[in-house]
Design a protein. Structure first.
Length: 300
């Protein structure tokens, strides 16, 4: 290898390493928790609502044209938006993107199948693949809904504990919700986002009970609905909020532990199928294979 080529390769390697380090440092600095807190403080100081808690939909003109082309009735669009809110997508653009994906995925899947299997002989396969592509957005949305519900159920006891500490320290219920949403931003972002939406609705003028009911309807989680019912009764009858939250937190934590024990008990049954189908045949081949070969080679 010549000296010029070696120097060129070393310079290229150093340049790529420096550019990669610069890009990675910028990404990490932008997503760092300290930068997020500073951006939240800047938004709070200017009095502007954050993008993820907007109460009014303002789609861009291109999305308006795309939404007009979608043959969706108001009833279907309302149902779709409720499902998207359960998955964590509150903007109207999410409904437009999802509707567009349901029409675009079959076309894309069918074209890809025709490209791989040929135009003349691959029409049946392309039709089947296009049908699968039509259900891909629904499958992705259902998986997102399940993941978000699980995250909310797992993070709800921690949020209640933080709210109890804040209330017993002298804060009001609204202040405890704000503090819990700030502290749970990293560990349980789904719960923090929902609590922040409650705060935003209350500050926008909605009654607190209505904001709690919207919280239960958005999440579609049984634990959250029971919490909303408990908070509604507590606010109506004037009982101790901290005591009610403590009882509900203990109940939610007990349910979480029981669900973990249930999943642990199912592990033994779930391991039967991979053991029988994959591990046992390999063991039989390794242990009995040499014996079978020796018996086959032995003359009788």
């Amino acid at each position: 290898m010549s000296i010029t080529l070696a120097i060129s390769l070393v310079a290229l390697f150093i340049g790529v390493a420096l550019v990669s380090q610069l890009v990675l440092s910028e990404v990490l600095s932008w997503t760092a928790p300290e930068r997020k807190r500073l951006r939240d403080l800047e938004v709070a100081s200017t009095g502007v609502l954050r993008d993820d808690v907007q109460l009014e939909d303002t789609p861009i003109p291109a999305l308006r044209q795309l939404a007009k082309a979608m043959p969706k009735s108001p009833k279907e669009l309302s149902r779709l938006r409720r499902r998207l809110m359960t998955a964590g997508y509150y903007d109207l653009r999410a409904a437009v993107y999802f509707s567009a994906a349901k029409y675009a995925c079959p076309v894309v899947f069918g074209v890809v199948a025709l490209f791989f299997f040929g135009v003349s002989d691959g029409w049946m396969t392309a039709g089947a693949v296009a049908g699968i592509g039509y259900f891909v957005p629904e499958f992705v949305l259902k998986s997102k809904i399940r993941a978000r519900k699980k995250s909310i159920v797992n993070g709800l006891p921690d949020a209640l504990d933080l709210m109890i500490v804040c209330i017993e320290a002298g804060s009001s219920l609204d202040q405890s919700i704000v503090k819990a949403s700030d502290e749970l931003e990293i560990t349980h972002p789904a719960v923090a986002q929902e609590l922040r939406l409650i705060t935003t609705e209350v500050r926008a003028g909605k009654p607190r009970l209505e904001a709690f009911k919207n919280f239960g309807e958005r999440t579609d989680v049984d634990d959250v609905r029971s919490l909303v019912t408990m908070l509604t009764q507590t606010d109506r009858f004037g009982t101790s909020v901290a005591q009610a939250l403590r009882i509900h937190a203990e109940t939610a934590r007990t349910k979480r532990r029981q669900r973990a024990e249930e999943r642990a008990a199912k592990v033994g049954v779930k391991l039967v199928f991979p053991l029988v189908l994959f591990i046992f045949p390999s063991i039989y081949v390794v242990c009995l294979g040499p014996v079978a070969i020796a018996i086959f080679r032995t003359p009788f």
